[in-house]
Write a protein that binds this ligand. Sequence first.
Ligand SMILES: [Zn+2]
Length: 228
Amino acid sequence: MRGWSRRIRVLSLKIVLMCPSKRQLEEKYKYLFKQVAEPTDLCDQRSLSLLLHNAVQIPRQLGEVPSFGGRNIEPSVCSCFQHVSVLCANSIEIDIKHFVEWMRLEPRSMVWLPVLHHVAAAETAKHQAKCNICKEYPFVGFRYRSLKHLNYDMCRSCFFSGRTSKGHKLHYPVVENCTPTTSGEDVRDFTKVLKNNFRSKKYFAKHPRLGYLPLQTVLEDKEILVMQ
Ligand SMILES: [Zn+2]
């Protein structure tokens, strides 16, 4: 029992130290998985519980654990294994690929990790773009690009203030960039702008701009369970 609790403390510390590091987000997911998957490179429900239990200690220390579904990590473990069993039936262990796929869906209990990652990356990101509202150029931090209008950018404070200009509406979709964009991303966003110009307001109401994979929790029995 003493060995078990020591393992929990060491694992929590490793996760804390990993969060602000400059490695890619997926590398962070893989690092997490490897902490509990040695030496077989596979992870059963018990090992995943251990990992998630340690991970939720971070929002817990910040007093934010209810926002991420509470301290009970059972729904998260079920969500991960259900996601995997859709791909390969009755799986009792998951591999690193399946874990990363599930984490990419941003399950509620773990969504703080990509958020922290993006905040850390955005702190120093300088965008060669002008904020269409406050006119700052270039600007630092998060960049919000309209997927409805070409070359419509907002800095973080203008985006969250809810101010708009030039016919841009609050329900229009935006993409959040925490690092300067590459030309490939610019092309991808350009195609989204084109598609969005053929979609209706109803579509945007049904598709929230930023989201995560919801999980059923003991605190929120009435929440609808949505598995993607
Ligand atoms: Zn601005």
